[in-house]
Design a protein around this ligand. Sequence first.
Ligand SMILES: Cc1ncc(COP(=O)(O)O)c(C=O)c1O
Length: 493
Amino acid sequence: MPSTPSSVFIRIDHARPLRHQIYTHVRRAIVQGLLAPGVRVPSSRALADELAVSRTTTLAAYGQLMAEGYLAGRRGSGTFVACDLPDARPMPGPRIARSTRAVTVSNRGAVLAAIPPPARRLAGPPRPFRVGTPALDLVPVRLWSRLAHRRLASVTRSHLDYGDEAGLPAFRAAIAAHVTAARGTRCDADHVIVTAGAQRGIELACRLLLDPGDRAWIEEPGYAGARSALVAAGARIVPVPVDAEGIDVDAGARLAGDARLACVTPSHQFPSGVAMSLSRRLALLKWAQRTDAWIIEDDYDSEFRYGTRAVPCLHGLDGEGRVIYVGTFAKSLFPALRLGFLIVPPALREAVLAARRAADVHPPMLDQAVLADLMHEGHYHRHLRRMRTAYRERLAALADALARRCGSLVRLRPVTAGLHAVADLAAVDAGLVAREAAKRSVEVMPLSAYFIGEPRDANALVLGFAAAPPESIHDAVDQLAAAIDAARRARCG
Ligand SMILES: Cc1ncc(COP(=O)(O)O)c(C=O)c1O
């Protein structure tokens, strides 16, 4: 059978890789029907001669087309277009134009896009004093890998199907047991809804409970992620000042007594680090009950306390079902896991599940199963104990190094919980220090970056002490001291 001349379907440009061009032209000719199933194509040798390329090139292109099922060889009689073609995959389209034209998003989208990311980080791996990153050097990766492997080895078809929208029951049971034992509240697996991190939980709750234009309290200073979730729900944000006892409920009532929701971090206010006093907790609950408002309790790093007794979480004090508790494994294990949870009042459960169906259906089940095993087999509890010890050491390294290198210029506020500290600066501007520190590859955030309005008492740095071991913390404090010197000189000069 004569073969189709290659000149019909191949145009070679010697400036570009030849093998790929031949592969692409032949494949396109087949997909477009120019070369019908069963038609013989030129031999690799004839094609090489005709196109003035090496035979290795044509053989490689044909080899790939055969491997993908477009061509078939018949011993002794040549190479043919396969009779049974693979599903015609669309050919790659033209490159997407890199338009610089401004896009039009909704007003809500524009406000959302203007919110800075939760932490402006330097590029690269965890380093001192990255905020929000736990000790990734101490994550039990081998154990995780063993448990994951065991789960995968026993996977069934039902494990691969859509699962329980609230999350894997065994995982929810482990979460309920943990929260009941550790956080001074009572819940069972039916109250727990697994989410893709705390952020997704906050976003779900805001979307479900707020109408566009509703007012919502947010802590000032506060967590930018909560702000994004509220803006995404169309809420009007009311920043409410935080003092030494946590969010100022009276101020909130004065500013927006009719708010529909308050988003708070009572066990360790982000970023100031204060714990909400019991009287404030009771006042907040009373306000919510009186005005029929909701409280989102973001308990993001409650696992780590240093020498102080935990105040019961708001959820444990709430007799009226006004509190939605948000937890995460981002700090106790690792952020990339993207697993967190909500504990919702029973009356809200079905509505939350409906909102979740509109979003992500459920987070990945296999990771939930691995984490459930980690918890049920006691590894999680042991990991938390080890991490508390490690964080105490890292915090002590920070306090020591600051006292030694920076003296009275830097004053660390008391740290009772969590993974970061706040350090007040004397006689030098925190923003300037942060910029000088970045030049020395040290990551610090000025406290002022967490305010929506005018910062108050905010000439301070937020220093994550969890992300790096003590020796790196000592080195980084040397750099921070140099940054402070440079910032002072810049101010004087
Ligand atoms: C106060 C606060 N809440 C929630 C989160 C988000 O947690 P996740 O990573 O689980 O979404 C963070 C992250 O740093 C945080 O600082």
